[in-house]
Structure formats: C-alpha cells, structure tokens
Design a protein around this ligand. Structure first.
Ligand SMILES: Nc1ncnc2c1ncn2[C@@H]1O[C@H](COP(=O)(O)OP(=O)(O)O)[C@@H](O)[C@H]1O
Ligand SMILES: [Mg+2]
Length: 281
C-alpha cells in the first residue's frame, strides 16, 4: 500500500503533521511519503492521496481542483475540496443556522459603521492578502478592497472581532468524524500595519498552544460539520472558532482541505489518523 501525502514545493518534506503521519502509517505497514502536488508525478502509483500541506494552491485554485479531479483517489473527497477552498461556504453554514463571523460579500466600498474591520479574499490561507483596518484608514483600506476586486477575487469584509485579542482563536480538530483535540492560535492581525507578510515562525503572531474546548465551542463545531453538503466521509476536519460580537463562539473558518491538524498537541491523535487512513485503503 502506498499513500501520497500531498504537499507543496516550498515544503517538500511537509511539516510536523506530515512527518508524524508518515511514521504512524509506517508502523501500520503502510508506505507514505510527501509528494509535491504540482510536480510531474505518476499518481497511479499511489493507492490514495491525502491532501496535507498544499498551501500554495490559493494562487491557482482552479489548477489545484483540476489536479484533484484527475487523481485516482483523494481525501478529503473532491466535492468537499471544491466547496471548502472558497470561504463562500460560510454563507451555506449561515443559511443552515450555524453562527459564523458576520460577513459582507463584495461590498462596493469600505464599511462606515464598523470602527475596525477585516478585509480578506474568499480564497486564501495563512492570512495572505488579509488586513485589519480602522475607520481612520479609509484610503488604504479602499485600495486594498479595490485591488482584490480588480484581480477578480471575491472580497469579504468583517468586523474585527476584538475578543480574539485576549481569547485568541480556537481550532477544534476532528479525526474520522470524532473530536480529537483543540489548540489556541494567537491573534495575527495587528492594528495599523495594513496587509502584512506571511506569519514567520517565532514572530508571535498566530502562535499555537494547547487548549481545552468549551461545550459551546464544541456545539458550534458539530453544527458546522453537520451542515457540510451531502454528509461526506471526512478523514479530518478543523473548525476554527472565535468569540463573536456578543462573546459567543462563531465559525471563522471550517477547514476541510489542507488544515494543519496540530497533531503534536495530542499524543495518540496521529495513530487515530493513521488507522483511519488504513481503514480507507
Ligand atoms: N473578523 C476577524 N476578526 C479578527 N481577526 C480576524 C478576522 N478575520 C481574520 N482574522 C485574523 O486573520 C487570520 C486569518 O484569517 P482567516 O479567516 O483564518 O483566513 P486564513 O487562515 O484562511 O488566511 C485569523 O487567524 C485571525 O487571526
Ligand atoms: Mg485561518
């Protein structure tokens, strides 16, 4: 049995999660290796492709999805990847009654009713092309919004949810349909800095620490997963929640394509994941 753990050219060996999963699969007698998704590869040599650290697809989502379509077998399934790599899925969650971050889609101008807000594209990862703006920064914020729109991208505008500054963001990791563990991500967007570069290890932004999920967070996460169209078989899932305007948890992101699963924060989680992969082979 051969499993490809799909990654990108910038991370040819994947990350901690990928190395741990390859090791846990080896213990089960399954050969797994990181493979760069857009390299010249004979994918028929692999019984299964598991999407992992393919984080450069956000520049070319169509190419990425066309590649996934051509694979003999991939998890999570392609319809899930197609739905989930564009944050417009948040509208489906909201329609299903799941609390999500209040969002304006493709507004004509920057908001005048929110003291601080976030502008981001619907297809992104790692906070790319994302910024936090204040009411005093209309000109650069407007340029940001127009730049995204002129590039043909769907623009999202949200109030800056300031509880994140103290509570952070909580990632709830699910493996094979079951809640596994939670992690806290420190806030990333600093005021007055505009569109920033990618988070670098050690710069404090987005730092990951262990966390315990609350009942309210778990409830929102389960409701988000129940609202995924067509109840697909999910090998893994991550639901990122933040305290909303009234302090109750709302979904910031539902990550079903290429989430970092923060496996090192839960001893045993990687074995559960490896066994779930084996069960699908
Ligand atoms: N409305 C918001 N309020 C506060 N912080 C936000 C908001 N939207 C995004 N952020 C910050 O920006 C980061 C990246 O945004 P996110 O929606 O998670 O997109 P992605 O991780 O796909 O780039 C989050 O981890 C969070 O720190
Ligand atoms: Mg995120």
């Amino acid at each position: 049995m051969r499993v490809a753990l799909a990654t990108c050219a910038r991370l040819p060996d994947g990350n901690d999660d990928v190395r741990a999963l390859a090791g846990a699969l080896a213990d089960l007698g399954v050969h797994a290796e990181p493979v760069i998704w857009d390299a010249d590869v004979d994918w028929s040599r692999h019984d299964l492709v598991v999407i992992r650290t393919t984080w450069d697809y956000t520049h070319r989502p169509d190419e990425f999805l066309a590649w996934a379509d051509r694979l003999p077998r991939v998890l999570n399934p392609v319809p899930v990847l197609r739905w989930n790599t564009d944050k417009r899925y948040l509208r489906d969650l909201a329609d299903a009654g799941v609390p999500v971050v209040p969002t304006r889609w493709d507004p004509g101008d920057v908001p005048s009713d929110w003291p601080e807000y976030v502008i981001k594209p619907a297809v992104s990862a790692g906070s790319r092309d994302t910024a936090r703006w204040s009411a005093a920064e209309h000109a650069p914020a407007r340029a940001h919004l127009r730049g995204l729109r002129d590039a043909g991208r769907t623009v999202m505008v949200q109030p800056y949810l300031s509880h994140i500054d103290t509570a952070g963001e909580t990632a709830l990791v699910f493996i094979d349909g079951e809640f596994s563990h939670a992690a806290r991500k420190a806030p990333i967007l600093a005021p007055g800095t505009g569109v920033q570069g990618l988070v670098q290890p050690g710069d404090g932004r987005g730092e990951i620490t262990a966390a315990t999920a609350t009942g309210a967070q778990l409830d929102v996460a389960h409701r988000a997963l129940a609202a995924v169209p067509d109840a697909p078989d999910l090998l893994y899932a991550r639901v990122d929640v933040v305290p909303g305007p009234d302090g109750d948890p709302v979904v910031l992101e539902l990550e079903l394509a290429e989430p970092n699963l923060f496996l090192r924060h839960e001893p045993g989680a990687v074995t559960v994941l490896a066994e779930a992969v084996l069960a699908r082979l």
